[in-house]
Ligand binder design. Sequence first.
Ligand code: URA
Length: 439
Amino acid sequence: MLFTDVIRTKRDGGALSDEQIQFFVDGLADESIPAEQVSALAMAVVLNSMTFDEAAKLTLAMASSGTVLRWQDLQLKGPVVDKHSTGGVGDKVSFMLAPIAAACGCHVPMISGRGLGHTGGTTDKAEAIPGYNTAPDFPTFRQVVKDVGCAIIGQTADLAPADRRLYAIRDVTATVESVPLITASILSKKIAAGLEALVMDVKVGTGAFMKTPERARKLAESIIATAAMAELKTHVLITDMNEVLGRTAGNALEIAEAVRYLQNDEREARLDTVVIGLCAEMLIAAGLETDRATAEQRCHDAVTSGRAAEIFGRMVAALGGPTDFMESSSKYLAVAPVVRPVHAAGYLRSIDTRGVGNAIIELGGGRHRVGEALDLSVGFSDFASIGTMLDAETPLAIVHAASEGDAVQAEKLLLDACEVGEDVPAVTPVIAEIIPGTA
Ligand code: URA
């Protein structure tokens, strides 16, 4: 089979056959199809989409392009359940949610991604913790999930390798925004992880890949239907991404915020609602709770009791990070040499959150090219939420940069991305919709 014929079929709006999809997935995994042809097909899918059957076939083929994990032999005491986000800016939810869910009796084998387009990646953020191994061997991964209750790692070479390569190419070729490609990318990893249940955080808004509620709902429906076909019980929350989630955006800065949250020192309201809302849904999807209010209370208690913080510290140590990370995180996280506030005057009315993500890429915190090394120290902290009155005392954000020149450029990009005015803006709820799955 010639791969140019596969590209041509999709370019001209046709449906790919099962054989063509399998050929594509095999060529991704063994690298026999070069990056330029992969990106041409990805762009054709972005432009002409895929039928449900094509997307389902792509999902299953990518899921079985490497090892498929099984957990039964470990005789775990709780359900194997996970959460995945479609990607946002400042989305550090996984670092809080995984240990909270573990403290509530779940086992969470979380296989996360690197930065994608303008969005940050959980794997990159985890690597801000010195020594933390995001690519352990499977026996280590399984043991940490068993003993600690959760393990957040990156995609290893063995797990859904076809998605691993496609993901890295989509990151730098403007080919992320596609319902079938996002569905296949996320679910291939989750099916390969051998989960009993999954909760999806489908982001909507200026910092999401789905900009409108209609598009977000379409993606949610695609994920639920494809997961049901693979017998993976999946619930979805559609959550707001019209502003940075929490107070920080940038790899090490987000880890620091996650630590403060777990230590119950600073729980920014919108971030807290998303973390607790998703985690409560995990307990419901996993069959541990039936009532939402009870599930939410159980998640809150896991934070205030310190159990989630203790589990996070144990996970970090078990994956090679410092044994005293929770007590001494500031000693370990990289600090940018230039730190200064960005001021504006008036109400913060709206944010082009993609612009904020792009500013972080320009600071060196995200990639322009496949495999590029990141500066994990850079980004924004103290980010104001929509509706805040900005003045000389209250900055829009604090920029963390590698140089004065980078700080000036980031300040300009940030101000361009934010609308500030005299009228108080309407504030949208952070959880737009909860969709219980069908499987
Ligand atoms: N997360 C993924 O793993 N893949 C996507 O395509 C988008 C978000």
